[in-house]
Ligand binder design. Structure first.
Ligand code: UD1
Ligand code: CA
Length: 454
């Protein structure tokens, strides 16, 4: 198939979103609707990719930075026909142009392929059969079933109003006819707009064969005008993602309670409990189990690791057969080797933790390098920050850090060192020795607690 050009109409204001954010930047799965439409367009390997913008143009262009997009400004929204006319100078003279919408985010590339096939070197319209066609342009067909016109809802006569096949707005159009057709558009209609839909009647009048394709799912043609519709499409999108995961072998305890905002790669026998959120690039190895209410963003988790509920992991790498959480927090730069245990209320940032080491309770590990087979007791802190600079803590293999220890960086705990509970370690703890750095316990004999005067 020839490479089509794609024009995405995205100039509308989106009044009913009640937001300062331009409508097409409102997110589905954490990504602007317009970015979804652009991804779909790219799947068609377009010859040119044009976006017609208007309201909030600066915001849109700041957010969508693809360098090959041809941006066309429509300063006044005089109708869909006028919008495409603005894009005309950016289009080639030959070939086909596909018209998409920045607020219709869930169209599948396969459906657009079907539409392009139906168009051939003429035009085609993507339609939907709906129970309630109110508000949409109706597809009028002749006795042979060929589309001959699209009539906007506000311009319908009573018979046309009964038609339940509607215009999705998505069209495939022959470039060679565009200048002529768009030049002939008028705005003598109920809304005083230049309707792009009028080109269908012109094509028919010019004796061109007009093709059509029906969307397999209504959501593919669904547009977003308010937050209710945005939420509806979000659920449909997430439902489709969940379905695809299950079809690929992932166990989801409830497919209605998972959110994926990015790419989720997985091995075999992965299990995900309810209410987890995956963002960015997440990779889960074989037999990984994710407990309920976890958030994973840009994380790699190797095979056999279990993440218990309410854990939050971001920009982290987790080895195989680890146990994380519940209530663990791995912040950017956390790198765990295999068989590491990170327990409840433990925070790890910009630190490497070696094979089989355990940090199980109420501890902060930041800017540290922890060796293998290290045990960090409850309530320990790497004191890494003096208010200006950050310093590193090095804990070598087989170190045992007693509970309540502060490691004041820069500092090293050498191989096999033991640190007594409650220590404030400011100097090297030598290898193989017990180091205790705390005030000695004293008892004052006969000391009297002050008494209240009655
Ligand atoms: C349009 C179709 C209608 C179809 C419906 C499907 C026309 C005349 N009508 O109606 O047949 O059933 O979509 O939802 O095309 N836009 C611009 N610039 C403009 C006007 C619109 O960029 O000057 C963009 C809007 O941002 C929006 C899209 O085009 O994304 C559709 O515009 P809208 O005015 O909402 O058309 P509808 O009345 O919904
Ligand atoms: Ca609309």
């Amino acid at each position: 198939m020839q490479r089509p050009s794609v024009v995405i109409l995205a100039a509308g204001k989106g009044k009913r979103m009640y937001s300062t954010l331009p409508k097409v930047l409102h997110p589905i799965a954490g990504e602007p609707m317009l970015a979804h439409v652009i991804r779909t367009a790219r799947a068609l390997n377009p010859e040119r990719l044009v976006v017609v913008y208007g309201h909030g143009g600066d915001q849109v262009r700041a957010r969508i930075t693809d360098s090959d997009i041809l941006w066309v400004e429509q300063t006044e929204q005089l109708g869909t026909g006028h919008a495409l006319k603005m894009a005309l100078p950016a289009l080639p003279d030959e070939g086909t142009t596909l018209v998409l919408y920045g607020d219709v985010p869930l169209t599948r590339p396969e459906t657009l392929h079907d539409l392009l096939s139906a168009a051939g070197d003429s035009m085609a319209v993507l339609t939907d059969i709906v129970a309630n066609p109110a508000g949409y342009g109706r597809i009028v067909r002749d006795q042979d079933g060929s589309p001959v016109a699209i009539v906007e809802d506000k311009d319908c006569n009573p018979a046309q109003r009964e038609i339940n096949e509607i215009n999705t707005g998505i069209l495939a159009l022959p470039n060679r006819c565009l200048a002529g057709w768009l030049g002939r558009l008028g705005n003598q209609n109920a809304q005083g707009e230049y309707y792009l839909t009028d080109v269908l009647g012109m094509a028919h009048g010019d004796g061109l064969k007009v093709g059509s394709a029906v969307v397999p799912h209504s959501y593919e043609a669904a547009g977003v005008n308010n937050k209710v519709q945005l939420a509806e499409l979000e659920r449909i999108y997430q439902g489709n993602r969940a379905l695809a995961l299950m079809q690929a072998g992932v166990t989801l305890l409830d497919p209605a309670r998972i959110d994926i905002r990015g790419e989720l790669q997985h091995g075999m026998d992965v299990t995900i409990d309810v209410n987890c959120v995956f963002e960015g690039q997440v990779t889960l190895g074989d037999n990984v189990r994710i407990g309920s209410h976890c958030v994973l963003k840009n994380v790699t988790v190797a095979a056999g690791t279990q993440i218990a509920p309410f854990s939050v992991l971001e920009d982290a790498v987790v080895g195989a057969d680890c146990k994380i959480g519940p209530y663990a927090r791995l912040r950017p730069g956390a790198e765990l080797a295999d068989q590491v245990h990170i327990g409840n209320f433990v925070e790890v940032k910009k630190s490497h933790i070696g094979l089989g080491s355990k940090v199980n309770h109420l501890t902060y590990i930041g800017d540290a390098s922890i060796g293998s087979k290290v045990n960090v007791g409850a309530g320990c802190v790497t004191v890494n920050y003096n208010g200006v600079d950050k310093f590193r803590t090095v804990v070598e293999d087989n170190v045992f850090v007693g509970s309540g220890t502060l490691m004041v960086a820069p500092v090293t705990l050498e191989q096999g060192a033991t640190v007594g509970a409650g220590s404030v370690i400011t100097k090297t703890a030598p290898a193989g020795e017990l180091t205790v750095a705390r005030a000695r316990q004293v008892t004052i004999p006969g000391w009297q607690r002050p008494k209240k005067k009655s």
